[in-house]
Design a protein around this ligand. Structure first.
Ligand code: NAD
Length: 260
């Protein structure tokens, strides 16, 4: 596993949706690499039994805090960036929070469609906007990493509304990369495939046609589900100096699913 400590020592990193799953691992890895991490999640500990992310990081000697944030609320997102200013400002913004609501084209309600787009698409847009404004105001370069998905590229049954949010994340990433290149701000995304988190449980509840978890990994050439660690490594790479000439990219972490 690469050691990124020289890249993130003293940096401030905001990770949305870091109370659980992929975001929790990304936050932990940034903290291990020397960053002060702000977990911007709507829930401090959505899985109940787990130690909250910020406490787990502090127990390991890292620096982290929880800032309750609903990413679908632009004021909330600006507030967490404001909080990051107290630590020197945002060096890396990871727009990772997301949710899944399944359903077929003819079944989805307007409320469901709006809800998932507000969190998954608008949340990423607000995060890019607020972080970019902070970086530009401070005249500093920086990196933004969004969480896209295999669903940014591949349509699946009963996922039309989720897939459309992740297609939006892909284009928000590319559009922001284009606009922010003038300011030396890079914008990229990770594209997870099937990653073993609570997310997949939510998926099977709301899209029962997806059936058993084993069925979910059948199309994956690597033959296994990915882990939050797999995705976190890619996120740190994209934010690091090693990716200095990489912008507008969606780095797939999908065990080869997208190539079939
Ligand atoms: P998860 O459910 O474990 O974590 C999602 C986190 O986002 C939770 O902590 C939740 O509280 C938070 N969140 C939800 N709504 C929020 C809001 N309005 N404001 C702030 N925080 C909010 O899921 P995960 O698997 O870790 O997913 C993380 C990201 O990865 C999501 O964007 C998801 O779409 C994406 N993704 C996951 C998979 C997978 O297979 N797990 C695959 C592709 C993409």
């Amino acid at each position: 596993m690469p050691d990124y400590s020289s890249d993130f020592d003293g940096d401030t990193v905001v990770v949305t949706g870091a109370s659980s799953g992929i975001g929790r691992e990304i936050a932990s890895r940034f903290a291990d690499a020397g960053a002060t991490v702000l977990n911007a999640d709507i829930e401090p500990e959505p899985k109940g039994a787990e130690t909250p992310t910020h406490e787990a990081i502090r127990e390991r000697g890292g620096t982290a805090e929880f800032v309750r944030t609903d990413v679908s609320d632009a004021d909330d997102v600006r507030a967490v960036v404001e909080r990051a200013r107290e630590h020197g400002g945002v060096d890396v913004m990871v727009n990772n929070a997301g949710l899944f609501i399944g359903g077929g084209l003819l079944d989805i309600s307007e409320e469901e469609f709006e809800k998932i787009h507000q969190v998954n698409a608008k949340g990423v847009f607000f995060g890019c906007q607020a972080a970019a404004q902070d970086m530009i105001d401070r005249g500093t370069d920086g990196a933004i990493v969004n969480t896209a998905s295999i669903s940014s590229f591949v349509a699946q049954r009963d996922q039309i509304q989720y897939d459309s949010t992740k297609a939006a994340v892909k284009m928000i990433t590319r559009g922001a990369a284009l606009e922010l290149a003038d300011h030396d701000i890079r914008v990229n995304a990770v594209g997870p495939g099937q990653i073993a988190t609570e997310f997949i449980d939510g998926w099977s509840e709301t899209a029962p046609e997806a059936a058993a978890k084993d069925d979910l990994i059948k199309p994956v050439p690597a033959g296994r589900a990915g882990t939050p660690e797999d995705v976190a490594g890619a996120a740190l790479f994209l934010a690091s100096d090693d990716a200095d000439y990489v912008t507008g990219e969606i780095l797939m972490v999908d065990g080869g699913w997208r190539i079939i």
